[in-house]
Ligand binder design. Structure first.
Ligand code: PMP
Length: 380
């Protein structure tokens, strides 16, 4: 029988990152530098808080947007740590940042609406926009050290532009937008009816001074949606917990989508989220900073071109000089060099590969030795 599916769903492929990751996993003897999650475990105190909540039978339907004590804790944490002021009623706990992004885009997009995606970008955005029958508009930044060029942003805006997604620090580049870049973006957007989704899920993993989020431009508060996650700073990827924050009228609509999509996040994890917000991340930042310095030096010493990342845990490496597309390069490096990284095309940028340094020092050394040997062989 011919069954007709939703057209948008039919046209979206499964994540290229995941597919390549599976190929690496299934290659015997391969060393993977692919994964986008901390190799550390969730801190014990956070796990204990969830266990205690379970034992106290905190297992019933919680309020749709999240428990009042957690929304209050997030409101205070964001004000204290980031200077962002959102009332508990302007926050929704979501199933990871993924649901926060999906609920936000679902709330604002009509079919045909354009969303500007500075590239390279996390592949999720393009898929979500397409699933909502929106039109992703790529804004390449490879030629400008991964900063948005104001004139190019202005030129990408049309009457159909509904939103832009800003990811800082960025996946896959690890770069952060400078204050100058943000000021220039603000100047262009401040009088336009365009939403700004600030995907700041890596903001706790920053290795330099001077981080700024677009969320700080309070005069645009009515159009800003902040996306956050517990996944990265607290090694809680499997818990699937995130949140979004927005001006009350925007949140009033996002909660409709959220309620009918998932009802709420689970109940007994919410006490653990409060504990997570009280858990220092300095040690984790130190670990990743050391790894970043090691990996960056190794890559530069090999003669590879890469921007020094200021946050997150990725390196986005220029491989254009090898004269191959990124899938061919990464597939050959996997098969011949037994080391796996993700092709840049999966982030909308050909001629690059993404290396993750969410691995032990020994694994990183081994992986980098193999990359070095492979590129030496190519150049021989
Ligand atoms: N945004 C970015 C930039 C990411 O890299 C990721 C995860 N890789 C997400 C959102 C989704 O995170 P979560 O686990 O909270 O759904």
């Amino acid at each position: 029988m011919d069954l007709i599916f939703n057209q948008a769903v039919t046209q979206v492929e499964l994540s290229g990152i995941r597919q390549f990751t599976y190929m690496v996993r299934d290659t015997p003897g391969a060393c993977a530098l692919t994964i986008g999650e901390p190799d550390l475990n969730t801190p014990e105190v956070i796990k204990e808080a969830a266990k205690a909540a379970l034992d106290a039978n905190d297992t019933h339907y919680p309020p749709g947007n999240g428990c009042a004590y957690l929304l209050e804790a997030i409101s205070q944490y964001e004000a204290r740590a980031h200077g962002l002021h959102y009332a508990p009623g302007e926050i929704i706990m979501t199933v990871g940042a993924t649901e926060a992004l999906f609920a936000s885009l679902s709330t604002i997009l009509n079919p045909g609406d354009e969303v500007i995606l500075p590239t390279p970008a996390f592949g999720l955005y393009e898929a979500l926009v397409r699933l909502r029958q929106g039109v992703p508009v790529a804004l390449p930044t490879q030629h400008s050290h991964f900063q948005i060029v104001p004139e190019e942003l202005a030129a990408a805006i049309t009457p159909k532009t509904k939103a832009i997604v800003l990811t800082s620090p960025n996946n896959p580049t690890g770069c952060m937008y400078t204050k100058d870049t943000l000021d220039a973006i603000h100047e262009i957007l401040k009088d336009r009816p365009i939403f700004v989704l600030c995907d700041d899920v890596y903001r706790a993993l920053v290795y330099t001074q001077g981080y700024h989020s677009f969320a700080e431009y309070a005069d645009m508060r009515d159009r800003i949606i902040v996306i956050q996650s517990f996944s990265k700073p607290y090694a809680m990827t499997g818990w699937r917990l995130g949140y979004c924050m927005a001006d009350a009228p925007v949140m009033d609509r996002i909660q409709v989508f959220h309620q009918y999509a998932v009802t709420s996040i689970p109940s007994f994890v919410q006490r653990a989220c409060v504990t997570a917000l009280q858990t220092p991340t300095d040690d984790v930042v130190d670990i990743f900073r050391k790894r970043r310095d090691y990996v960056y030096k190794r890559l530069v010493d090999m003669g590879l071109k890469v921007e020094k990342p200021e946050g997150a845990f990725y390196m986005f490496i220029d491989i254009q000089k090898f004269g191959m597309d990124s899938v061919t390069f990464c597939t050959r490096m996997l098969k011949e060099g037994l080391v796996g990284v993700i092709p840049g095309i999966h982030f909308g940028a050909e001629g690059y590969m993404r290396l993750s340094y969410c691995y032990s020092d020994a694994d990183l050394k081994e992986g980098l030795d193999r990359i070095e040997a492979f590129i030496k062989k190519l150049s021989a």
